[in-house]
Design a protein. Sequence first.
Length: 152
Amino acid sequence: MAEEVVQDLFLKVWMKRSLLPSLDNFTAWLNTVAENMALNVIKQSLRKKNDVKSWVADFYKEVNQEEMQENALTDLLEQAVQQLSPRQREAYQLIKEQGYKREEAALQMNVSAETVKSHLEQAMRNIRAYCTARLDRSIPIILILAEAKIFL
């Protein structure tokens, strides 16, 4: 920053060169200009630092709010899953949480793949209904995102 101030100072001297002969005290003028330029650079640096601090604080506040909303949605989803019948819950957990294919879940549950499909479809309808009934009307976008991310 000091190098920039010196460079800007010399540029200012060069640009004002026609006025310099009329100055009574060139040294005083030069010191005043240099001091003002240095103070401006320091103020600008502090403003930038404060802007960065403010931005970082806003970013973390935003992240914390998103995390809280995500945690609330996760809790709501867990509550909805607990309300399912045992077979629906098992089908949902095997396929959505553990990543099994329908045929693999059918083997695990000792039922047909179509039965697993039926249990999962019923589970998804029940979860959506449970969550929709409990979500605040002010966050419909979160519901859309939650369905797209969690319920697919």
